[in-house]
Design a protein around this ligand. Structure first.
Ligand code: C2E
Ligand code: C2E
Ligand code: C2E
Length: 91
């Protein structure tokens, strides 16, 4: 099952995304940096983006939003539950 259901929030793990060696993630990483710039949101560990942005990225990757979501999940750059993510970091 996907960590992000259709209609729920799409949240990226920025450290995982920017550190990832996979060339497949180049466009996602560039897009996320662009959103951070427009928001002035530079200090976050994670970034919630619009469902519309997933659709735009799916076009760039010549795939569907759900297939791209699955890919992002496989590559370990999605966060299913931001609150839990931060709770887990505190150990
Ligand atoms: P936080 O900023 O303290 O927000 C805690 C919770 O308040 C969020 O839980 C969400 O339920 C609500 N909230 C905060 N800002 C908004 C908003 O603009 N719209 C709505 N509808 N709700 C809002 P959530 O989503 O589970 O996020 C947990 C934490 O993850 C946030 O704590 C924040 O530290 C981080 N986070 C999530 N998305 C982003 C992001 O895009 N950028 C950054 N820098 N941090 C984010
Ligand atoms: P904008 O689309 O005109 O949005 C203006 C402001 O409305 C945003 O300022 C934000 O405070 C709020 N806002 C709009 N839509 C949402 C939403 O779905 N959730 C939440 N929590 N707030 C929303 P902000 O964040 O400073 O962004 C400035 C501009 O940067 C936005 O203007 C937009 O043009 C762009 N931007 C920021 N984040 C994103 C994003 O995730 N995707 C896209 N496509 N553009 C974004
Ligand atoms: P969120 O803030 O909890 O917003 C959930 C949904 O409510 C958004 O899903 C959008 O459909 C709607 N929404 C919230 N605020 C606005 C608004 O000002 N204008 C409009 N037209 N719709 C709004 P969406 O677009 O898929 O965004 C998912 C999450 O991405 C948002 O959750 C928020 O955490 C983040 N986000 C999206 N756009 C922006 C933005 O411009 N600035 C910031 N800071 N965060 C954004």
């Amino acid at each position: 099952p996907l960590p992000v259901e259709p209609g729920s929030k799409l949240t990226l793990d920025l450290a995982a995304l920017y550190d990832h060696s996979s060339p497949e993630l180049v466009h996602v990483a560039r897009y996320a940096r662009g959103i951070q710039q427009r928001r002035g949101d530079y200090n976050g560990r994670i970034l919630s983006i619009r469902a519309d942005d997933l659709s735009a990225l799916a076009i760039i990757y010549d795939t569907t939003p759900s297939a791209l979501l699955e890919k992002l999940s496989e590559l370990g750059v999605l966060i299913a539950d931001p609150a839990k993510f931060f709770a887990d970091q505190k150990d």
